[in-house]
Design a protein around this ligand. Structure first.
Ligand code: RIB
Ligand code: CA
Length: 313
């Protein structure tokens, strides 16, 4: 096998984060150096606990889980219990985690790892607000030239927003952090709502997870059935968008996705459009192309990958 891809997942579980973590832990191509929890869908004390619950569900209690930022850089924390439930992981009844949270602060772990590992060998996979990533870049600017790439879920343009008419949740929660990341010069692959809204959980797809008959398969079906109800009511769709696993799927099968290099800028001034990602898809500005923005997905291939990999746990 080719060298395993070394990754750090930064996350705010969240049922869709949970499926992304399961996919990563099930995939031998990936070496998960650590999972860093950030405040987002629910407060930090829940996101870090949920990350540990998912590692145990995956049968990987040796995975290192760290706690990161308790709030955004500048703004007050906005959470999303209406989508994810009070625990952030409503659906399955997962036991309290036995595995310990790492003592080290997540931001220090990110910096230390990037300074220790060979340059351009570690990929950062943010699945929530970008607070931890921004803090790491500010704490040690040298890491910007050592990060292989940042593959993130966040933003939207043609699809508009999901928390305001113009902003997607991860970016809206911490637009200042997103601005730091977008100006970092690090190669970025962006999974905005424009692509994740094409990856719907559909009832037939949820059934395939349940039919695995395993703890992971049944728990995943229960998570998705809870998670999808909010978007089904809002959009009238069959199923909800499975956002965060798109990040991990890209590392495993990039050919599932298509997009183009664009300039992406974020609104940090106007309250009306706070957190909006302005994606120059048609190249009408002279602003530097700072991200590979994905807009299409082979959604059947995506779900086939998910079911096959989660079936290994
Ligand atoms: O807008 C979708 C994103 O916000 C996903 O990462 C979801 O988990 C929430 O964090
Ligand atoms: Ca998330």
């Amino acid at each position: 096998m080719a060298d395993r891809q070394k990754i750090i997942i930064d996350t705010d579980p969240g049922q869709d984060d949970a499926v992304a973590i399961l996919l990563a832990l099930a995939s031998p191509e990936l070496d998960v150096l650590g999972i860093t929890a950030v405040a987002g869908n629910v407060p930090l004390k829940l996101t870090e606990k949920n990350a540990r619950k998912i590692c145990e569900l995956a049968g990987k209690p040796e995975t290192k889980v760290f706690a990161g930022a308790i709030r955004p850089l500048a703004r007050t924390l906005v959470t999303a219990e209406e989508v994810h439930g009070q625990t952030g992981l409503n659906g399955p009844d997962l036991p309290e985690p036995k595995m310990k949270l790492q003592e080290q602060y997540a931001v220090d772990f990110i910096v230390e790892t990037l300074m220790k590992e060979d340059a351009h060998t570690v990929t950062l996979c943010p699945l929530g607000p970008l607070t931890d990533i921004a803090l790491a870049l500010i704490r040690e600017p040298k890491i910007a030239k050592r990060i292989k790439q940042i593959v993130l879920m966040g933003g939207g343009f043609f699809e508009g927003g999901n928390v305001t008419p113009s902003a997607e949740f991860n970016i809206y929660v911490d637009p200042q952090a997103a601005d730091v990341v977008l100006h970092s010069g690090v190669p970025i692959v962006m999974m905005p709502l424009d692509v994740t809204h094409k990856a719907l959980t559909k009832a037939t797809r949820v059934e395939k997870f349940r039919k695995l008959g395993t703890r992971v398969g049944i728990a995943t079906a229960q998570m998705l059935e809870f998670f999808e109800r909010f978007d089904e009511q809002k959009y009238g769709s069959d199923g909800g968008p499975l956002h965060d696993p798109c990040v991990i799927a890209y590392l495993l099968k990039p050919e599932l996705f298509s997009g183009r290099e664009c300039n992406v800028a974020v609104e940090t001034g106007s309250e009306l459009t706070m957190g909006m990602t302005v994606i120059d898809w048609w190249g009408v500005t002279k602003r530097p192309k700072n991200a590979l923005v994905m807009r299409d997905i082979d959604h059947d291939g995506f779900f086939d990958l998910l079911v096959e990999r989660l079936g290994r746990l």
